[in-house]
Design a protein around this ligand. Structure first.
Ligand SMILES: N[C@@H](CCC(=O)N[C@@H](CS)C(=O)NCC(=O)O)C(=O)O
Length: 193
């Protein structure tokens, strides 16, 4: 989604997680965590972690900035991106991991921990509902990395059945992001509500 928003051309190699292509010795030599995404730099090194990859691309291709341009803007956008990551995206990951039957044979589940993450998401949604009364995007008047992280977190929560319910401002924001051309590569939700 970030690459499409930037309008840059980055060669993409898709991998089958189902076939365990990310767990081979060859792949682990590039990322010992055996996870995607992974970016190969021109100097032959590799960077994993989605947001680190986005930051690198932003520095290489500063046009259409998604992390801000001034020191103040960068700090604010980083703050909101972290909030979306820590209070929506990661809690959605944790909720799924610790409550969904799919993960039961894969990881040791702690359902109470799962439930507490749902509370974090719901509280954040209540807060965002207020924040979005007066602006169209997570940070101000323009689309940023914080919208990408937030949107993907909201979608993931929806997959596990945590909807945004009757929070109208949040729904309007989500639907606006969902309608962007770039969202086609991450859009997968049957809406929980
Ligand atoms: N913190 C990493 C998380 C990467 C991650 O969880 N990737 C998933 C796919 S979205 C993965 O590779 N899962 C397979 C696994 O962990 O075995 C990032 O932000 O890039």
């Amino acid at each position: 989604m970030f690459i499409l928003e930037k309008g840059i051309d980055v060669p993409i190699q898709e991998m089958s997680l189902q076939n365990g292509e990310h767990k081979t010795e060859e792949f682990r030599a590039k990322n010992p965590l055996g996870q995607v995404p992974l970016l190969e730099l021109t100097d032959g090194t590799y960077v994993s972690e989605s947001v680190s990859i986005c930051r690198y691309l932003e520095e290489c291709y500063p046009e259409k900035p998604l992390f801000g341009t001034t020191p103040a803007e960068r700090a604010h956008i980083d703050m909101w991106q972290r909030r979306m990551e820590l209070r929506v995206f990661i809690p959605a990951v944790e909720y799924g991991h610790h409550t969904h039957p799919f993960f039961a044979p894969r990881i040791k589940q702690f359902p109470d921990w799962g439930a507490s993450n749902r509370e974090v998401i719901e509280a954040t949604y209540d807060w965002l509902e207020q924040e979005l009364r007066s602006r169209p995007f997570i940070y101000g008047e323009s689309f940023t990395i914080a919208d990408i992280t937030g949107f993907n977190g909201v979608q993931l929560a929806e997959v596990w059945g945590i909807g945004i319910q009757n929070r109208g401002n949040l729904a309007k924001w989500r639907d606006g992001i969902n309608a962007r051309e770039s969202a086609r590569v991450v859009r997968y939700a049957p809406r929980a509500s």
